[in-house]
Design a protein around this ligand. Sequence first.
Ligand code: FES
Length: 199
Amino acid sequence: MSVKTPENMGPVDELKRSLLKKTSVFLGALGLAGIGVPLLSYLSPNRSTREAGKPISVDVSGMKIGEQKTVLWRSKPVWIIRRSEAMLASLGLVDGKLKDPDSDVAQQPVYARNEARSIRPDFLVLLGICTHLGCSPTYRPDPKSVDDTWAGGFYCSCHGSKFDLAGRVFKNMPAPSNLEVPPYHFSDENTLVIGDGGA
Ligand code: FES
């Protein structure tokens, strides 16, 4: 039996070999594309995920003093509260009773690291999620509406955590830290952009 070597191969065999090679390359590329496309779509977030992560704009022009508005950002509740002068004055009265009055624990952007924990004192923006186990506290702005010393704030009925009107937690509460301030900025006088800390 004669063994075929490159030297004794005829022109037909050469043609077959070249065709076979091209077909294998083509099928290989097709296979890679077949794996690559689903892999890429798996790795890149789908449109609704991308949309959900985007900053949101909120018109605050119609908000009354003392009003609370809740919006959803990244599927989390974000509170916007328009504070009165009296509400802001109450912040100075409770400093000695707070766990972290100066917001030393960094759960807010630097521009909100002040007594009012906000860019503009009249507008408070907070994630409405208790830092203990994630319940959503309720807004209780009226003095004495929770206890006799209550000056207004947020009350988490799950395990009794209390926060002042800047979201600062009182001492000896189950919640370990102040309520979180999300990134935000005002794009104009009446428009709040949540999810983007601005320039
Ligand atoms: S979840 Fe708010 S006090 Fe426990």
